[in-house]
Design a protein around this ligand. Structure first.
Ligand SMILES: C[S@@+](CC[C@H](N)C(=O)[O-])C[C@H]1O[C@@H](n2cnc3c(N)ncnc32)[C@H](O)[C@@H]1O
Length: 391
């Protein structure tokens, strides 16, 4: 991709912090660079609810959605729903698709705007379930225990099972879904799993009763966050349309004006397996097919050379599918970082550009930033590219 504008940003001491490359429409490329440079923590609306790996920064999503006018926004790799929340806040019709049932559960909780009566019922049910769970003594059924017991202290397991089985008895489906998302948000934190993205075991002490207290606290937090979102979403904005779908076959019931997305960066994460604990506790993974995951880290472990080729083909396929969903003059914005694979780095901007060319899209602008990757003690390019469908 031709670059015609290179700048180094400096922090207040004059040290360069970010290398930025820009090309295409100067105003839009400046806006794209500004958008992906966002790093400040944000607690707006429901963004802070439930961790989700590699989430887009809410300010980046906000700037990218608002940069391009239109009625509707699609995110075919919606993850935790950052783009969808910002789409709703901007009054757009929003479509979210992902291969992961956990992503859809998080997106549903983060984008939903139930009325006050539902939130009150959610809070009071959470309080009652938390009270019941504090002194619970029943183990989960053997088929569940067998899978999860190595990850939890016994009393935590009793509390989680009491919460899980109590939630299953809640009749109102809206309240039940919110409570499931709340339970999902604490399952890793109260476990001995180091984090969502690391399966290392780290034993820690968690006094009896604190799992139930945490559950109730998260319910109150989510209630506050949803009330804030509901207040800020313009009247008449439709609920988000969510679906479990492979991005290579993505569809929408109408042509969309804008796609804003961030696909998996090659060889960085295994999104589906990392949610194993949540799936066994809460179910929902029946329609998932982990073999369909794009860019999975494990595919480089299994067959490195082939993995790069498959990833390029997948990029062609999902770019073509997304282009089919776009209305004429619709805009497609993708945020993608370079991959770090055992056979060397992958330039994702080049592959994205080839895929967009093949799909007949026209580049509007791009910006690339060199960012620190603290986990891997290196730096990696992150790209944001915007195209238009002119035909
Ligand atoms: C970088 S994350 C998206 C994060 C999201 N932008 C957010 O803010 O939370 C990439 C997502 O792609 C999903 N994914 C992987 N392969 C997929 C496929 N073939 N079709 C649809 N989604 C897929 C993963 O489940 C993951 O949620």
């Amino acid at each position: 991709v031709k670059q015609d504008n290179v700048e180094s940003r400096r922090d207040t001491s004059g040290k360069p912090t970010l290398d930025v490359l820009r090309s295409g429409d100067p105003e839009i490329s400046a806006l794209l660079a500004e958008a992906v440079a966002a790093v400040e923590p944000v607690s707006r609306a429901t963004h802070g609810f439930h961790s989700y790996p590699a989430g887009l920064h809410p300010d980046a999503a906000r700037a990218l959605v608002r940069a391009f006018p239109g009625r509707s926004v699609l995110d075919p790799f919606c993850g935790g729903g950052t783009v969808l929340v910002e789409g709703r806040l901007a009054g757009r019709r929003t479509y979210g698709r992902d291969l992961s049932s956990v992503a859809l559960r998080v997106s549903r909780a983060r984008t939903s705007t139930p009325d006050e009566a539902t939130l009150t019922a959610m809070r009071s049910t959470a309080r009652r379930l938390a009270e019941d769970a504090r002194h619970a003594r029943d183990l989960p059924p053997p088929e569940l225990s067998r899978v999860v017991q190595e990850w939890y202290a016994p009393h935590v397991l009793y509390e989680l099972w009491s919460l899980r089985s109590g939630i299953a008895r809640v009749e109102d489906p809206l309240v039940r879904r919110l409570l499931e998302a709340i339970l999902s948000s604490i399952l890793v934190k109260v476990s001995w799993r180091k984090s969502d993205t690391s399966a290392q075991r780290e034993k820690h002490d968690r006094p009896q009763g604190t799992t139930s207290v945490l559950f109730h606290k998260k319910a109150r937090e989510l209630g506050r966050m949803i009330a804030e979102l509901r207040e800020q979403v313009p009247a008449g904005t439709p609920a988000t349309d969510l679906g479990l779908q492979d991005a290579r076959e993505v569809t929408t019931p109408e042509p969309v004006d804008l796609v804003v997305t961030s696909p998996p960066y090659p060889a960085i994460y295994d999104y589906l397996p990392m949610q194993h604990l949540r799936r066994v506790w809460l179910g929902g993974g029946e329609g998932e097919d982990p073999r369909r995951e794009i860019g999975a880290r494990r595919s480089w472990r299994e067959a490195s050379r082939q993995a790069r080729h498959v990833w390029v083909e997948d990029t062609y396929a999902w770019t073509a599918a997304v282009t089919r969903c776009l209305a004429r003059n619709g805009v497609f914005v993708t945020v993608v970082g370079d991959g770090l694979t055992p056979t060397g780095p992958i330039d994702t901007a080049g592959a994205s550009k080839n895929a967009a060319d093949r799909a007949g899209l026209e580049l509007i602008a791009r910006a690339s930033l060199l960012r620190p990757d603290h986990a891997r003690e290196t730096t990696r390019w992150e790209h944001v590219l915007a195209w238009r469908k002119t035909t």
